[in-house]
Design a protein around this ligand. Sequence first.
Ligand SMILES: [Zn+2]
Length: 277
Amino acid sequence: MFRERVSNNIYVFTSEIYAQVTAGAIVTQEGIILIDSLPFPTESREMATFLARTNSPGVRYVVLTHYHADHSYGAYLFPNADIVAHAKCRDLLIKHGEPALKAAQAEEPELDEVTLRSPSITFDEGDLSLQLGGRVVRLIHTPGHTEDSIMAYIEDDRVLFASDTVMPVPTIADGDTDALRASLKKVIDLPIENLVQGHGEVILRGEVEVVVEASLRYLNTIEKKVAKAIKSGKGKEWLQRIDIESCGLSRIPLNGLVQQIHEANLVTLYERMIKDK
Ligand SMILES: [Zn+2]
């Protein structure tokens, strides 16, 4: 796990085991607000150990930015914290999260000790502000990557935990392209010093707009290319010819995962467009 401090008492933890997934912490005199929790117990525990050594009474809230395993599994290590999420996160954890955890545990003994924590504080409209020790963390619903996706914004520090709304390649296989576009536009509207992506490196102020614009352009491009393929009667296999570079992004980040996500995006769009025809 890689740890960095991005602002006064705001930390980012990046996994070295799984796809550079990130978690964050806002440390205050009255307790800690954790944003996501990493997937594997070794790293989640490493993060918990670091936080226990700060002069704060402990983790008070764990915000889950969405129900996906790589963001939510570590929450079980903070039994005294309230879990905060979008209302849909709760439903999705029960519906998809529980069976997925059982399947993952069968493959990965390290996950045996993981149990899913269900959110106890939820919101479904507008924003939700968490206030603790003089810090304010604004949670903003940003569907698109998933229905329940949220971002966490610390206005005083201009730090945005964008979660998977911003990552090296937008991911829509479990989400919705139009919703993701609208959520990406919400990102550009915020004044940002540091943007913490759901996966990958922290993005600094000067690059935020460039990165978000590239994501928007990517979504528009894949839609156009897939629509054209369908119109000219191409089969699903043909989609393999649409390489990610021709859609304006690089396949290099996240050790090959970006390429897999890109392929899944194309197939998802293809299937959706064929169905709507
Ligand atoms: Zn995700």
